[in-house]
Ligand binder design. Structure first.
Ligand SMILES: NC(=O)C1=CN([C@@H]2O[C@H](COP(=O)(O)OP(=O)(O)OC[C@H]3O[C@@H](n4cnc5c(N)ncnc54)[C@H](OP(=O)(O)O)[C@@H]3O)[C@@H](O)[C@H]2O)C=CC1
Ligand SMILES: O=C(O)CCC(=O)C(=O)O
Ligand SMILES: [Mg+2]
Length: 736
C-alpha cells in the first residue's frame, strides 16, 4: 500500500507543520493511512549534497531525489508545502548556521580557485534557487479558489487600496534587445541531440553545453538579453523615476530564473549606484563585492574596509540616496531597500501586493508612494501594465462582486523559461551562440556581445498534450470560458499555438468557449469579465502560471495561500501543493518576537483533502474518502466561523486555527453516517475538543506576546520547535 508523503520544508510552513501534522496523523491513523515525512528543507538539501564532509550520524538522505523519482510513479501522493528557493545570501546564511551547529560543510566559493572548489560550488548550485518545485512537478498545474474560499472573501472582503486615474504608477519594460524581442523558436520534427557552442570573433569555439537529448515534437527557443540595451534601459528608468517623483522598484524572479535574473539584478544595482561604482569600482572589486547578490552584499562587504575608506564610500552612497530617485523599500525601519537582496522582492507576489495597495510601495519614510515597476524583459510585463491601466480606468477591483480566474498552467518536465537555467550563459566575449543538432545543422543562432545573457528553453510535447487536455477538462467541469494566453507574434507562442490547435481536435470541445489571446488582450478581456463578476480560466505557460496564480488570488481573496493547487502527475500520481504562495519569512520573525504565527494553513487543509480523496481512489480505501470529505466540510466551517489566524499577537494564530480545524473535523466525522467506525471513534473526541475549547484557546493565547527561541532559522531544533508549536497540554493529551 502506498503512503501519503508530507514534505518538511522551511520557515512559516515548516513551523505550521509542527502543529498540524500531529493532528493529521491522529485523525488518519485508524484508517490504514500511513503518513511519511520527507525533508526537503534548504538545510536538509545542503546536507544531502555533502555526505563526505559530515560525520556518520550527521548524514541525511537525499529526500528530494527520492521524491523526484516517486513523482514519476503512479503511486505518488505527495503533499508539497512551500519551501525556500534560496538566493546566494540565503544560501550563505544557511551554510553559516549549519556550520555553527557543528556540520563541517564547506563555505560557498564565490570564485572557485581549483577543481575541489569548483566541485563544491557546483554542488551548492544544485541547491540554489528554485531547486525543488521543478523536480517534483511531473505534471501540469490546476490552481483555483474553491467556492467556500471565494464566498468567504465575498462576505468578508479584504482591504483593497483605491485607484485613481491620476496615479503615476506604471510598468517600465524594454522595447528592444530583451529576451522577448530576440526570441527564435522551432519544433523538432525528429529526436536529436543539441550542443550549444559559443564562437568568438576570432573563431575560437567554446562548448557551453555538451550534447543533450531533445525529443521528437519538442519546442525549443533561444534568445538573448543584450547587456548594452539593458544598461541603457536602467539608466533611463532611474532618471525617469527621479524626474517624475516616483519610487524606483525592480521586480524579478531571481529564484526560479536563478542564472539570468541575479545578473540582471546586479546590473540594476550597478546603475542605480553608478556614481559609487564609477568612483570606487576598484576598491569594491578588491573586497569582492558581488552585485548579483544585491546591494546588501556591498553594504556587508564595506565593513571589511578601514574606517576612513568606508566612510568615504558611505558618503557617496548617501549622496546617491539624496540625489537619485527614491527607492522602494522592503523594510523602511531597517533601511532594507528593494535592491538589497534579489529574493526579497519576487515578482509574482510583489506586483500583486503593489496593485492591491493602490499601486504604491513603501518609501524610506515608511509612507506609501506611487511607483515605477521596472520589469526589464517585456515578455510578460504587459500583463501587469494592462492590469494597472485597467485599475486606473475602472478603480480597484471589488472582492465582494468580482469573478474568479482559475489557472491551468503548463509546467510539467521543466517547461519553458523555468527549466532554462542549465542552458543560460553570460557571454564572455563578442561572437555568436549556436544550437547545433546531431547532424551538425545549426538550429538556432544569435549574434552576442560580451556580458549578454543567452538562454535556451525546452517544452516537451507530452506535457503540452496533457496541458491542453487539462484545460478542456477544467473548462468542461467548471462550465467556464478558457483563454490560452499566447501571442501569435512571439516566436515560442507561435509554435505552441500550432500544437494547441492540433491537440484541441483530440477532445470534444462542443459548447465550450475556448480562445487564444495575446497576454495583453487576455488581461484586458479577463479583467473586464472579472469586474462584471464573471469567471475566466487562464490557460498559460509556466511563467504566467506563476504570475497569474498570485495576481488574481491576491486581488480576489487577499492571498494565494487559500488556493487549491493540484498537480495531476502525468504518470497517474498526485502532487498536492498547499496554496500558491511562498514561505513568508516575515511570519517567522513575528513568531520569534512575539510568539504569534499568522501563517494561514488553509491551502494545506485543501491539499490534504484532495490527497485523501486521491488516496481513497487509488487504494480503494473508503475511510480515506470520508476523511477527505469531512475535512473539506471542516474547512468550510472554519471559514464560516472566521477561525483563520489573525495578524496580531494575543489573538487566534496558526495553532489556534489548527485546533478549530481539528474540532470541526472531529465533529464532521462524528456526524457522518458513511463509516460507523470513524463515527464511533470521533464522537468522544469531538466532545472532548468542544468541552475543552475555552481551556485550549486560553493555553494557546496566554503564551503569546513574549519572544521565543527555536534554536535556529534554517535548521531549528525539533524539540524547541515542538514545544513552541504545541503549547497546549490539553490539546496534546486529547490527540494522544
Ligand atoms: N511553492 C513554493 O515552494 C514557493 C516558494 N516561494 C519561496 O517563499 C519565500 C518567500 O516568498 P515571497 O515571494 O516573499 O512570498 P510569500 O508568499 O511567502 O509572502 C508574501 C506575503 O503573502 C502573504 N502570505 C503568503 N502566504 C501566506 C499564508 N499562508 N498565510 C498568511 N499570509 C500569507 C503574506 O503577506 P502579509 O503578511 O502582508 O499578509 C506574505 O508576507 C521565498 O524563499 C520563495 O522562493 C515562493 C513561492 C512559492
Ligand atoms: O519554486 C519557486 O521558487 C516558486 C514557485 C512559485 O512561485 C509558484 O509555483 O507559484
Ligand atoms: Mg508563484
Amino acid at each position: 500500500m502506498s503512503n501519503i508523503i508530507y514534505t518538511k520544508t522551511d520557515e512559516a510552513p515548516a513551523l505550521a507543520t509542527h502543529s498540524f501534522l500531529p493532528i493529521v496523523k491522529a485523525f488518519v491513523k485508524s484508517s490504514g493511512i500511513n503518513i511519511e515525512t520527507k525533508d526537503i528543507s534548504l538545510a536538509a538539501r545542503i546536507l544531502a549534497v555533502f555526505p563526505d564532509f559530515l560525520n556518520e550520524d550527521q548524514k541525511v538522505s537525499d529526500d528530494l531525489a527520492l521524491l523526484g523519482e516517486l513523482a514519476k510513479k503512479p503511486e505518488a501522493n505527495i503533499i508539497k508545502l512551500p519551501n525556500i528557493s534560496a538566493s546566494i545570501p540565503q544560501l550563505k546564511a544557511a551554510i553559516k548556521e549549519l556550520q555553527s551547529q557543528g556540520f563541517s560543510i564547506p563555505n560557498y566559493p564565490d570564485e572557485p580557485a581549483n577543481d575541489a572548489e569548483k566541485d563544491i560550488k557546483s554542488r551548492y548550485d544544485k541547491v540554489k534557487g528554485s531547486a525543488v518545485n521543478p523536480v517534483l512537478r511531473e505534471g501540469n498545474s490546476d490552481r483555483r479558489a474553491p467556492k467556500a474560499v471565494k464566498n468567504y472573501a465575498k462576505n468578508n472582503p479584504h482591504s483593497m487600496g483605491a485607484w485613481t486615474k491620476d496615479s503615476k504608477t506604471h510598468v517600465a519594460t524594454m522595447e528592444a534587445g530583451d529576451f522577448a524581442h530576440n526570441e527564435k523558436s522551432l519544433t523538432l520534427a525528429e529526436a536529436t541531440t543539441i550542443k550549444i557552442v559559443h564562437t568568438d570573433d576570432n573563431g575560437t569555439e567554446t562548448v557551453l553545453k555538451d550534447s543533450f537529448a531533445i525529443q521528437k515534437g519538442e519546442i525549443i527557443d533561444a534568445t538573448v538579453m543584450n547587456k548594452k540595451a539593458l544598461i541603457s534601459f536602467f539608466e533611463k528608468q532611474v532618471a525617469d523615476a527621479k524626474a517624475n517623483g516616483v519610487l524606483f522598484s525592480l521586480h524579478m524572479k531571481a529564484t526560479m530564473m536563478k542564472v539570468s535574473d541575479p545578473i540582471i539584478f546586479g546590473h540594476a544595482v550597478k546603475i542605480f549606484f553608478k556614481d559609487v561604482f564609477a568612483k570606487h569600482g576598484e576598491t569594491l572589486e578588491q573586497i569582492g563585492v558581488d552585485v548579483n547578490s544585491g546591494f546588501g552584499n556591498l553594504v556587508e562587504k564595506l565593513q571589511e574596509l578601514p574606517e576612513a575608506k568606508r566612510n568615504e564610500i558611505q558618503a557617496d552612497i548617501d549622496a546617491v540616496f539624496a540625489n537619485g530617485p527614491a527607492l522602494a523599500m522592503v523594510n523602511s525601519d531597517k533601511g532594507i531597500t528593494n535592491l538589497h537582496v534579489p529574493s526579497d522582492v519576487i515578482i509574482d507576489a510583489s506586483m500583486p501586493a503593489m496593485i492591491r495597495t493602490s499601486g504604491q510601495m513603501w518609501n524610506a519614510e515608511g509612507k506609501l508612494q506611487d511607483t515605477k515597476a521596472v520589469i526589464p524583459d517585456s515578455s510578460y510585463a504587459g500583463v501587469y501594465a494592462a492590469t494597472i491601466d485597467f485599475c486606473k480606468e475602472n478603480g480597484a477591483f471589488d472582492p465582494t462582486t468580482m469573478g474568479t480566474v482559475p489557472n491551468v498552467g503548463l509546467m510539467a518536465q521543466k517547461a519553458e523559461e523555468y527549466g532554462s537555467h542549465d542552458k543560460t550563459f553570460e557571454m564572455a566575449s563578442n561572437g555568436k551562440v549556436t544550437a547545433i543538432d546531431a547532424h551538425g545543422n545549426t538550429l538556432l543562432e544569435h549574434t552576442v556581445e560580451e556580458g549578454d545573457i543567452w538562454r535556451m528553453c525546452q517544452t516537451k510535447d507530452a506535457p503540452i498534450q496533457d496541458w491542453v487536455k487539462l484545460a478542456v477538462t477544467r473548462a468542461r467541469a467548471s462550465e467556464t470560458p478558457a483563454v490560452f494566453w499566447l501571442d501569435e507574434n512571439r516566436a515560442h507562442d507561435a509554435e505552441l499555438i500550432k500544437k494547441v490547435n492540433t491537440y484541441l481536435k483530440d477532445h470534444d470541445t462542443t459548447g465550450l468557449d475556448l480562445r487564444i489571446l495575446s497576454p495583453v488582450d487576455a488581461t484586458i478581456f479577463t479583467c473586464q469579465r472579472l469586474k462584471e463578476g464573471l469567471d475566466t480560466i487562464s490557460v498559460s505557460g509556466n511563467v504566467l502560471r506563476d504570475y497569474l496564480t498570485d495576481l488574481f488570488p491576491i486581488l480576489e481573496v487577499g492571498t494565494s495561500a487559500k488556493m487549491l493547487s493540484i498537480v495531476p502527475l502525468m504518470n497517474g500520481g498526485g502532487l498536492f501543493e498547499t496554496g500558491a504562495g511562498g514561505s513568508a519569512p516575515k511570519h517567522v520573525q513575528q513568531l520569534l518576537e512575539e510568539n504569534h504565527l499568522r501563517w494561514d494553513s488553509l491551502g494545506e487543509f485543501l491539499a490534504l483533502a484532495v490527497s485523501l480523496e486521491h488516496f481513497s481512489e487509488v487504494n480503494s480505501n473508503e475511510k480515506a474518502k470520508v476523511l477527505g470529505e469531512t475535512l473539506d466540510d471542516a474547512t468550510s466551517s472554519l471559514l464560516e466561523n472566521k477561525k483563520g489566524p489573525s495578524r496580531s499577537a494575543g489573538e487566534l494564530d496558526n495553532r489556534g486555527s489548527h485546533f478549530y480545524l481539528a474540532m470541526y473535523w472531529a465533529q464532521e466525522l462524528a456526524k457522518q453516517n458513511k463509516d460507523a467506525d470513524l463515527k464511533a471513534e470521533f464522537e468522544p473526541i469531538a466532545k472532548q475538543l468542544a468541552e475543552n475549547e475555552e481551556a485550549i484557546i486560553k493555553e494557546l493565547t496566554d503564551i503569546q506576546g513574549k519572544p521565543v527561541s527555536i534554536g535556529g532559522y534554517y535548521e531549528p531544533s525539533e524539540d524547541l520547535t515542538n514545544q513552541v508549536m504545541r503549547p497546549s497540554a490539553t490539546l496534546n493529551s486529547i490527540l494522544a
